[in-house]
Design a protein around this ligand. Structure first.
Ligand SMILES: [Zn+2]
Length: 456
């Protein structure tokens, strides 16, 4: 069989992996939107292979850089099943609709290609089949798969494929995005056993998470400094799915346990609201702490008195008229697009405000510019000076660092394991990570370029 990495090769977004068996059966793992390759405007519009030739799509998780181009694949003739966990399926419906709205807005402003519409989203939804973790399912006589908990976000899966070819069985594992061990709400990743080939994410390949304190301690410090000791606003940019829920869950615990006075919190992202409901619905997919809290709090992980969900125009107005200190949690995480742009634009010149960046920011994004310490930024068509404090924390990180990745590889290593493909990371980080691995693992590492074919 042949493996080709069609996305997230030496970069973080656009995950897409093609497996073509000798008998013609074709498997696609993930089908995400590429946000980084600015040299090719059509990169997301056209696939390098015929969508009609793909027999099945296995999806690791709902994040749009892994799932966002699936309706376009359907538009271009893909008629197979889309296989994922149940929480992923629920999230997809919301994320794809959000993606259509963003594309429509952008295309009106001539800022991007419109990849698909609501009709394709509806069609794609009809092709979804959900499966649970740790049960082996046969796609046909030669191919079976098992989903493993990947951590990262609710419903995220690593995919272990067993493929019979030429009288032998090959086992290939795709990590998808892995979680940071010990993360809020989310279970730890479970490595896949007995692999011949591993295709792994390497987002934080050469970084070590610096924060040694708990999420509670970090938020107590930031809320106290910005909202209690001074009349400021703490702005936390966060992805709607995953990080927003970790932040709200931590704040809820601090307020209900009396560790912080109940500062008003605005959760400004309709998508985050839908995503929070999905976390409550599928609480059995979350970690012990979350399940226990859910039982004790009569079925809600995120509700607390001082939380204001911003759902409609009236809520937006209420939020804008509110003049006291508060916490604003809003998407998107890298500060590119979404409601967060509005908050940054309004408050970046206010020295009493703090922007707490809680995740990875790809080079060139507004988040990365703020972290570089730029003294002015261009936002919503205006130049603004940066007087607000800009801080970063990795305590809510949704990916393992170099220590977590190395540990994962060591647990995945066996006499069988022949190749580890590094994907979903920056090239330099991949080489650094490879160099730190032990003598058994290092020679197995391959860093594939986009479109390079590998015979497995
Ligand atoms: Zn992800």
């Amino acid at each position: 069989m042949k493996y080709t990495c069609w996305g997230a090769a030496k970069q973080v977004t656009g995950s897409m992996h093609l497996l073509e068996l000798d008998n013609g059966y074709t498997i696609l793992v993930d089908c995400g939107i590429d946000y980084e390759d600015k040299t090719n405007k059509e990169i997301n519009a056209n696939f390098a292979f015929d969508a009609k030739d793909v027999d099945v799509l296995l999806l690791t998780h709902a994040h749009i850089d892994h799932s966002g181009n699936i309706p376009n694949l359907v538009k271009q003739g893909f008629r197979g099943e889309i296989i994922c966990t149940e929480p992923t399926a629920y999230l997809l419906e919301k994320l794809w609709i959000d993606s259509v709205n963003i594309q429509n807005n952008n295309s009106k402003r001539n800022k991007g290609v419109r990849l698909y519409g609501f009709a394709e989203v509806k069609k794609a939804n009809e092709q979804i089949l959900t499966y649970d973790y740790y049960r082996k399912f046969e796609l046909n006589d030669d191919v079976s798969f098992t989903l493993y908990e990947a951590g990262h976000i609710i419903g995220a899966a690593s995919i272990r494929l067993e493929i019979k070819e030429g009288g032998r069985t090959k086992t290939i594992g795709f990590t998808g995005d892995l979680g940071n061990p010990g993360a809020k709400l989310i279970v730890d990743a479970k490595p896949m056993p007995g692999l011949d080939v591993l295709v792994s994410e390497t987002t934080y390949g050469n970084r070590k998470h610096k924060e040694t304190r708990s999420a509670e301690e970090v938020l107590i410090e930031q809320v106290t400094n910005t909202c209690i000791n001074q009349e400021g606003r703490l702005i936390i940019p966060a992805f709607s799915v995953g990080r927003t829920q970790s932040v709200l869950f931590t704040l809820k615990k601090l307020f209900t346990e009396g560790k912080l006075p109940p500062v008003r919190v605005f959760a400004d992202s309709p998508l985050a609201l839908a995503s929070s409901n999905i976390h409550n619905k599928f609480v059995r997919y979350l970690n012990e702490e979350a399940q226990e809290h859910h039982r004790e709090e009569a079925g809600s992980l995120f509700d607390f008195k001082s939380l204001h969900l911003v759902e409609d125009e009236e809520d937006v107005e209420d939020m804008e008229l509110y003049r006291e200190s508060c916490i604003i949690v809003s998407s998107a995480g890298m500060l590119e697009g979404g409601r967060i742009q509005h908050h940054i634009s309004d408050h970046i010149q206010n020295p009493l405000c703090t922007v707490l960046i809680a995740g990875f920011c790809s080079p060139g994004t507004l988040g990365a510019q703020l972290l570089e310490g730029k003294s002015s930024i261009r936002i919503k068509g205006n130049d603004k000076y940066v007087f607000a404090k800009v801080l970063q924390t990795d305590v809510f990180s949704a990916h393992p660092d170099i220590v977590g990745l190395t540990d994962y590889f060591e647990k995945s290593d066996s006499d069988h394991l022949q190749k580890i493909f590094f994907v979903h990371g920056e090239e330099e980080a991949m080489y650094d990570l490879r160099d730190t691995l032990n003598d058994s693992l290092q020679p197995k590492v391959i860093i594939p370029g986009r479109s390079e074919e590998w015979v497995l």
